[in-house]
Design a protein around this ligand. Structure first.
Ligand code: G3P
Ligand code: CA
Length: 301
């Protein structure tokens, strides 16, 4: 694409705050994203799911009890249900069964209080933000610091929600447009594990699009639903990357696809993905580098 340099020339690593400053504040809260910006992150990462009235809110998954106090609200007791999402049966409360006004009565909670007691200390203090609110905060922080904060947006379970009458593209494009961010030069990137939603988006917007790549033997949920049983390893081949290049600016790969060893030390062998993706003129992001991974270069630990 003419608007970007060859990816191998982009040599400065970017620090992306995964779900915000999620080691210090409950994940996917305005306060967690703002702290990440002030700690110097180049970008923040948001996972997005829809409410019943079609508003995008920041949650890792649509099941709410893992990261909010929904189970403590007697008025929502009868919303508890079991649901199959992309082949996995989940039990609990689902964002798509709640209006935005109802979501706004909940507070965020640390998912791993034992691992992150500092974050758990903020349980009950922060609400669930909409994408619109996060983009307004990003604008305010960028103005304050004089440095444009990047935003990486992950659309969760897009085919599943589209089948339920909640296509994610509409509210996404509406919110980006409202903030003047719906174009290639904005510091916004839209990501998904599902090629389908990214293809549809690429036909409607020039905003940067990135194909997420999961572990080699897993499969994109929307392809499986369409009877296409290719794995992410198949998408990592030169032919697969050429196909991704039809709609995406880059890929974001699970660490196991690019790092030579796992965190427990087993050798995975050198990966050809970075080379092959760069040959296809695709940028390469990697998720998620964690402090506990002893095979990271020292400066990332
Ligand atoms: O950005 C990619 C990464 O966030 C995907 O995994 O489960 O943390 O959303 P997950
Ligand atoms: Ca994510």
């Amino acid at each position: 694409a003419p608007h970007r340099p060859h990816p191998s020339l982009v040599v400065t690593p970017a620090v992306v705050a995964h779900r915000g400053a999620s080691g210090y504040r409950p994940e996917h809260t305005l306060e967690g994203y703002r702290l990440a910006a002030r700690l110097g992150a180049d970008d923040i990462e948001l996972d997005l799911v829809p409410t019943r009235d079609g508003v995008l809110v920041a949650r890792h998954g649509s099941e709410l009890s893992a990261t909010t106090d929904v189970a403590d609200h007697p008025e929502y007791a009868d919303r508890r249900t079991a649901r199959r999402v992309d082949g996995v049966t989940l039990e609990g409360w689902f964002a798509e069964d709640f209006t935005l006004a109802e979501i706004k009565t909940l507070t965020a909670r640390e998912r791993f209080p034992d691992l992150r007691p500092g974050s758990a200390a903020y349980d009950g203090r922060f609400g669930i933000p909409t994408l619109n609110e996060v983009l307004a905060m990003v604008h305010a922080e960028s103005t304050r610091s004089g440095r444009t904060l990047g935003v990486m947006l992950e659309l969760k379970h897009a085919a599943h929600f589209a089948a339920s009458g909640l296509p994610l593209e509409e509210p996404l494009l509406r919110d980006l447009g409202r903030h003047g961010l719906d174009h290639a030069r904005s510091r916004v990137t839209v990501m998904s594990f599902e090629p389908g939603v990214l293809r549809r988006l690429a036909r409607r917007t020039t905003v940067q699009v990135v194909q997420l790549l999961d572990e080699a033997d897993r499969r994109p949920a929307d392809l499986v639903a369409d009877g296409d049983h290719r794995t992410y390893a198949d998408l990592c081949t030169p032919a697969g990357l050429a196909e991704i290049d039809e709609y995406a600016d880059g890929v974001a790969a699970h660490t196991s696809l690019v790092l030579p060893r796992s965190s427990t030390g087993e050798a995975r062998g050198p990966s050809s993905l970075v080379r092959d993706a760069h040959r296809q003129w695709l940028t390469v992001h990697v998720w998620t580098l964690r402090a506990e991974d002893r095979f990271l270069p020292t400066r990332f630990r």
